[in-house]
Each structure stands twice: as C-alpha cells, then as structure tokens.
Design a protein around this ligand. Structure first.
Ligand SMILES: [Ca+2]
Ligand SMILES: [Ca+2]
Length: 312
C-alpha cells in the first residue's frame, strides 16, 4: 500500500499539480481588480500595491482609493472640486488662482451697485471696485452683467478678504472716492463716516452733507451785492431751488440752474427743497452704530466751506 500525503501550504501558496510542492500564488494575475487604480506586484507568498500620488491603499478593499483632498479644505476664497488622483480650486468671477493653486486672489475690478430693484441693478458707485470690497460695504450687487452679492461666510460687514483668510477693514474712502458728497470721508474700523463742513449736516443717506442753516434769502445779486431780501430766514435749498438768487450772511450766489451744483442742491428740480429728513451723522453700515461718533470738523478743510460748495 502506497503511503499518500497531502501538503498544507502557507497563506499565499498553493499546492502544485504534483501535489508535492507549495508554489507561490500570483494574486495580481488571479484578481485583476486587486490594487485597482494602482500597480500590483506579486511577491513570494503575498503581493504589494503601489498607489500613485493622490491615491491611498485601503486594506479592507485591497484597492487604491482616491483621496478626497477637499475634506481638508485646501482652497482659500474658492470652491474645491475633488477628482480622481487630484483636486482643483475654482475661483469665482473677478478672482484668479495664485501660483500655489490653492488661493483665489481678487484681481478684477467691476461696477459696484447700490440697489437691486426688480432684479435690475441700479445706482452704481463711482469707479470700479473689487467684488469683496463692494459686497462687504455699500454694494448689493457687483459686476457687469451684475450679480447679487452673496453674504460672506467669514467676514462681517465692513470687512473683506481680498487674499488669504484674514478679514480686514475696508477703507471705503479709498475704495469709493467721492462717497461723501460735500463732506469728508473718514474711515473707521468696520465702517466709515462722512464728516460735514461746519454748518452742514449729513442727510438720511449718511453720505450727503446738506445745509440746514436758515439765513437770509435774496432775490437780487448784482456786482457781488445782495438785494431784495425775502422776509424771514430760509434754508439754502428752499431759497436757491425756488425764487432766490443768493443766500446767507456771506451773500453767496445760488448755483446756476442746470449746473452740477444745482442738481446736487435741488435734486428734485426747481421749486422743491432738497430733503426734509436728516440724521446728524450716522454710521454707514448697519449694526455698527456703536462705532460711530460725530464730530464737527475742526480741520483746515473747513475752508472747503459752503462757499466752495455753492461756487464750485
Ligand atoms: Ca482626489
Ligand atoms: Ca472701514
């Protein structure tokens, strides 16, 4: 009687056809899906997977799985899009990707819109601004074609991230030259204020200084002399937007109809005084009234007074 025997092979080995030898199993050839996305290498008794960059070997599934880089939020000021073996940072309109490929930096300036009425962007502010500067301050929409400003998830009103992740105060006076009409713009941390020349008061918009003083109003002005005063004291707009030709203790000539000064003083045209409502210097951005303090300006710029306002 022949004695028979059977080989019990170690893991990764199998019995050959003779039944007498244990030979290595080529796992890579047996299972083509092994090390998917990577390179399978057979080794005596086992196998190894070499995963390319952007993939990670998963022992449970024995495949190279894509790393979702977006989970670590690598994109600054942009959206992350994962892809097999890689990822990409996508920048919104107005910003471009920097050399690192992870930071969107605002580069293009566009029109900043103060109001969106019935889906239409109206009243643009002078000059072009960066989107974040516009949307974090006075703007309701930005660009052309204009797009409504989205609330910033990171920075509060008055602050913007132009690059990086730090919210910095926007200097509205620099970003919007001429933002204060007839007044001086003063930047504050988180906001700005319009300081009015002596005798003037900021109106309800917070951006226009108007003259609320009541003075003598004149019907004639010849050779720098005022004549035919109307009885009583009148505001400059009530005087100059109606029948008056000169106003005030300095006998300032009213701006000429059709001039820029005239339309500023009388925005509703002849016969109408400017605005009845006013607030004495309020802060610009909502919710920041604590930062505001109105000071009648003691600066030399007082020279930029009512006279220059009237005479241009
Ligand atoms: Ca990936
Ligand atoms: Ca500011």
């Amino acid at each position: 009687m022949l004695r028979t025997y059977k080989c019990n092979c170690n893991m990764g080995f199998e019995v050959d056809t003779t039944g007498k030898n244990c030979v290595d199993i080529d796992e890579c050839a047996v299972n083509r899906l092994l090390c998917d996305n990577g390179l399978c290498r057979n080794t005596p008794g086992s196998f190894t997977c070499h995963c390319p960059t952007g993939f990670l070997f998963h022992a449970e599934t024995d495949v190279c799985e894509d790393i979702d880089e977006c989970e670590s939020k690598p994109c600054v000021n942009g959206d992350c899009k994962n892809s097999p073996g890689s990822y990409a940072c996508l920048c919104s309109a107005g910003s471009t990707l920097d050399a690192s490929g992870t930071q969107c930096i605002e580069t293009s300036k566009g029109t900043c819109w103060l109001k969106v009425i019935n889906g239409r962007c109206e009243i643009n502010i002078n000059g072009a601004t960066l989107k974040s500067h516009c949307c974090s301050t006075l703007g309701e929409a930005w660009g052309s074609p204009c797009a409504k400003c989205e609330p910033d998830q990171f920075c509060t009103k008055g602050y913007a991230r132009v690059r990086g992740t730090i919210c910095e105060d926007v200097n509205e006076c620099e970003v919007f030259p001429g933002v204060c009409i007839n007044g001086k713009c003063v930047n504050t941390v988180g906001s700005f204020i319009c300081q009015c020349p002596s005798g003037m008061t900021v109106d309800a918009t917070g951006r226009t200084c108007i003259d609320l003083r009541t003075e003598q109003c004149y019907l004639s002005h010849e050779d720098e002399r005022c004549g035919a005063p109307i009885p009583g004291r009148h505001r400059v707009d009530a005087c100059c937007c109606s029948v008056g030709v000169a106003w005030g203790s300095e006998c300032d000539e009213c701006p000429e109809k059709g001039s820029q000064e005239y339309s500023q003083l009388c925005p509703r045209g002849p016969g109408f005084a400017n605005r009845g409502d006013f607030i004495n210097g309020r802060p610009f951005l909502k919710g920041r009234s604590d930062t505001f303090h109105f000071k009648p300006s003691p600066f030399p710029y007082l020279l930029y007074s009512f006279r220059s306002f009237l005479n241009g």
